[in-house]
Write a protein that binds this ligand. Structure first.
Ligand code: PHE
Length: 467
């Protein structure tokens, strides 16, 4: 049964949707902390170079596979005549499934904090860490645990919003949402940027981000920047293949890739210039960190210290909410696209059922944070089989294994099997010459796969986390 495939309504629609996917929590709560550790300006230079040399060729390859095959990632390789690479698509799809489980829940925490800054900022300020533990179902005073049902309810609302957008379709749901969500996100970024850099004492943080301190760059910084680029550009999760498959033939892949990569990197850098100067000005540079703990706990201290902090806190979590939602819908879209296309299932029912299952599985993510001792399983060659907390195991599986493996499969496929010329031809279908074709072919054949193999090897043979 051949159905007419969905398509983006306009080039801008695609760019906003792909940027929406790329701009996520990774940009806002991971990038600034990593930039701080990596010597401010030095890290920015390194990161931009990685995006240009490795991120862009990989993204363009995924978009080209999608548009050429007109198919979801799992089936795309068969469509292009190379069934043997179906594993690559499956790995990307499984990565999408696992990330969706926890993104629903982290999205719920963000929503919980939007509400907290509206209604309970006093409680947050009084004990930021205790409040965060409370959100996760752990009472830090008595040590008692309980099922965090309010937070789960917020996660459910976030899941329902994502499902609703997906059910509305590619043009009527995803594109429409991003056309409002992305400009709103940029407005919020600018407001927060102005507030942050005008804080008394912020200049030191701004200078830190501008002055390149290359002594802080080492092998680990380099690899951690590499894996940040993959995660941040939404590569290796089957998303860009799916989004690329909805692109019309006359669209310019080279330009689209460039715009999306520039926008994603710009947001990450702006987030760096919001977070770092604000922390320098209020709590002091030693409080800079990254991840959920930093965003929910340490930043509460920052908002408490600044005038108008409650409003800016509210706006900050609203910004996180837009970023999380637009990323989340892209991941659900790729989960659902495969199921509906492969099995001919109905889009609405498939979305509802998969969202419910993934949401339920994701409850383990929230519950294993602090309240309950739920273990997962992980293997690396240094520590052998270990049993980290379930939530950590979920992130290890995606960051350390599935995302790099899927990206590697795509690079090898495009570089050596389908051949860069096919991707270049796909990019030139719009009638314009692909100016960087030579550089692209070299990067996708040699540089990108080598970088990914190193990431995989370091993750598995040294047991270090690069995220
Ligand atoms: N690019 C996203 C980020 O930076 C990663 C992501 C994409 C996560 C899609 C989930 C879904 O956070």
């Amino acid at each position: 049964m051949e159905q007419k495939r969905a398509q983006w309504g306009s080039r801008l629609g695609f760019i906003l949707a792909a940027t929406g996917s790329a701009v996520g929590l990774g940009n806002i709560w991971k990038f600034p902390g990593k930039a701080y550790e990596g010597g401010g300006g030095a890290y920015l230079i390194l990161y931009v170079a990685i995006v240009l040399l490795i991120g862009m060729p990989c993204m363009l390859s995924e978009l080209a596979i999608g548009r050429a095959s007109q198919s979801n990632m799992v089936d795309s390789f068969k469509r292009l005549g190379h069934k043997k690479f179906t594993w690559t698509g499956l790995v990307g799809w499984v990565a999408a499934v696992v990330i969706a489980c926890f993104y629903f829940h982290v999205g719920g925490w963000v929503l919980r904090y939007v509400y907290a800054y509206l209604a309970e900022s006093k409680e947050v300020y009084a004990d930021p860490l205790g409040f965060f533990y409370g959100v996760l179902g752990y009472d830090s005073v008595t040590g008692a645990s309980r099922f965090p049902w309010e937070t789960i309810l917020f996660a459910f609302l976030f899941t329902a919003a994502s499902a609703y957008i997906i059910i509305r379709g590619v043009k009527g749901g995803i594109e429409k949402f991003n056309k409002v969500g992305m400009p709103a996100l940029f407005v919020l970024l600018i407001i927060l940027l102005v507030r942050s850099v005008t804080l008394h004492g912020a200049l030191e943080g701004v200078m830190y981000m501008l002055k390149p301190d290359f002594s802080k760059i080492n092998g680990h910084t380099l690899l951690s920047a590499l894996s940040q680029a993959f995660y941040s550009l939404s590569i290796g999760m089957s998303i860009m293949v799916t989004y690329g498959s909805y692109l019309p033939k006359e669209d310019d892949l080279e330009k689209n890739t460039l715009v999306v990569c520039v926008m994603d990197t710009l947001v990450a850098i702006i987030a760096g210039f919001i977070v770092i100067p604000a922390v320098f000005a209020t709590l002091g540079s030693e409080s800079v960190g990254k991840g959920g703990g930093f965003a929910f706990v340490s930043l509460a201290g920052v908002f408490r210290e600044m005038s108008g902090g409650v409003i800016f806190g509210f706006l900050f979590y609203l910004l996180l909410l837009f970023a999380a939602l637009s990323s989340c819908i892209s991941i659900i879209e790729s989960v659902v696209a495969f199921l509906t296309e492969r099995f001919g299932w109905n889009r609405t029912k498939t979305t509802l059922v998969s969202c419910i299952i993934l949401f339920l599985a994701g409850c383990l993510y929230t519950c294993s944070q602090a309240a309950f001792d739920i273990k997962g399983i992980w293997f690396d060659f240094v520590n052998g089989i270990t049993h980290p907390a379930f939530c950590d195991a979920m992130e290890f599986v995606t960051d350390r294994l599935l995302i790099p493996l899927c990206s590697l499969g795509c690079c090898i496929f495009v570089g050596w099997v389908w051949k860069p010329e096919s991707a270049v031809a796909e990019a030139e279908r719009c009638g314009k010459k692909f100016r960087m074709a030579k550089a692209y072919s070299f990067l996708i054949k040699y540089v990108a796969p080598a970088a990914i193999i190193i990431i995989l090897a370091v993750s598995l043979f040294t047991g270090t986390t690069l995220s």
